[in-house]
Write a protein that binds this ligand. Structure first.
Ligand SMILES: O=C(O)[C@H](O)COP(=O)(O)O
Length: 403
């Protein structure tokens, strides 16, 4: 516990009285409606966290609507998901993002020279849902569907700095300790062992200082998937569709707002479903690391005058490994003093694997330094002014068909 303030405002968890906050959010919700967006795969409905999330959301009467960005293989999965969400008492909308109707609308976008058909994954689904949510919201909060430690305070804490007119923040990002309390283990492997040391390395290694990388360093959990923003900001940012979503989003937040309107909030402890490492850079944690590395290189390329070359990459790889090893010593000390189980050997093995993936992703980026971002919504709306309504109509038609 501390009360340290850094580059961006940090909202700590001293005496957070969420009853008071929820009541105030309820009063504010008439002038500043809030929508929750939850990207999810169909398979999540088989896991206990989603039922728990719904039970907790039922205690948040100040939320105007929940928009679920669903990836499902067929209509049966879509129907099962709609039925599953009947237990959610808040107004809700299940957007079957890869269903035929939404896909038709996405295909029609090509006629207006806006082609996003090559994109797929969480980022694209979130993009679609955020567009629809912006029809109803002043503030949008986004979080994953696999959070084991979710409770009703999560959306309240994320939304309060944005909805409270005395504060008027534009963007708020959650941070937490990813500790599995029952097993006494430290998680957040990609953040702790890849993103943090890589970011420190890049921030030192680029030519001239990069304000964007410094901004990214200001966050205590760069990779957290829990964040809230105003509708206006949400409509103005471009994001990657893959696992680079969280890092790419922060770079866009930096481009589109000012530091003093950005904050981060302590969400306490956090646990979720853990991915396997995977045997190649196209699966599991390896895929995450690969996509994040590509996003970092794009940010370095776009925001600094550094020549991203093979020599640059090799230097980054060496320094990344050293920086990660230094952090492992620190995590180990923290773990010992807190009675956590911690294997330095295992952590070093992760770093070796991540270092290999870093180089592979870097080589690939050098051959293909292409632009992998979804368009911002403002641009999409200037090409197709009723795009959000068309998507919303597709959602309603999907629902009517199964009734
Ligand atoms: O945040 C992270 O580092 C990744 O999501 C992996 O998290 P985990 O180690 O908690 O599974």
């Amino acid at each position: 516990m501390d009360f340290y303030q850094e580059k961006i405002t940090t909202i700590h968890n001293f005496y957070s009285d969420t009853e008071r906050i929820s009541q105030h959010l309820h009063d504010l919700s008439f002038i500043r409606p809030a929508v929750v967006v939850i990207p999810m795969l169909y398979q999540e409905i088989e896991n206990p966290p989603l039922t728990h999330i719904i039970n907790e959301l039922n205690k948040c009467a100040y939320i105007k609507k929940v928009v679920v960005a669903l990836a499902a293989d067929d209509q049966e999965q879509y129907r099962t998901t709609v039925e599953f969400f009947n237990r959610l008492e808040l107004d809700n909308m299940i957007v079957w993002c890869n269903g035929p109707r939404i896909s038709n609308v996405i295909n029609e976008m090509k006629d207006n020279e806006l082609d996003i058909t090559a994109f797929s994954g969480k980022g694209k689904d979130a993009w679609i849902a955020i567009g629809i949510a912006s029809l109803y919201a002043y503030a949008i909060v986004l979080h994953d569907a696999d959070i084991v430690t979710y409770n009703k305070d999560f959306p309240a804490k994320m939304l309060y700095p944005i909805m409270n007119p005395q504060l008027n923040f534009y963007f708020n990002k959650g941070y937490y300790a990813r500790i599995k309390l029952d097993e006494k283990t430290m998680h957040g492997r990609v953040y702790r062992l890849f993103v943090r040391p890589l970011l420190d390395t890049l921030a030192k290694d680029v030519e001239y200082e990069s304000e964007t990388l410094e901004f990214l360093q200001a966050f205590r959990y760069t990779l957290s998937g829990e964040f809230a923003f105003t509708r206006d900001l949400a409509l103005n940012i471009r994001v990657p569709s893959d696992w680079g979503l969280e890092v790419g989003l922060l770079a866009e937040i930096y481009r589109n707002t000012t530091m003093k309107k950005v904050c981060q909030t302590d969400l306490g402890f956090y646990d979720h479903k853990h991915k396997e490492m995977g045997s190649s850079p196209s699966e599991g944690l390896g895929k995450m690391v690969n996509d994040i590395m590509v996003t970092f290189l794009r940010i370095v390329n776009e925001t600094t005058s550094t020549n991203v070359s093979d020599t640059f990459l090799r230097g980054v790889q060496v320094k990344y490994r050293r920086s990660a090893q230094d952090l492992i010593r620190q995590y180990n000390a923290d773990a010992i003093c807190n009675g956590l189980h911690y294997s330095r050997h295992l952590e070093e093995k992760y770093v070796d694997l991540f270092a290999d993936i870093l180089m592979g992703a870097g080589d690939h980026y050098l051959e293909n330094p292409s632009d992998e971002l979804l368009p911002d919504w403002e641009r999409a709306l200037s090409a197709i002014p009723d795009l959000r309504e068309r998507l919303r109509d597709a959602v309603n038609a999907d629902l009517n068909e199964i009734k």
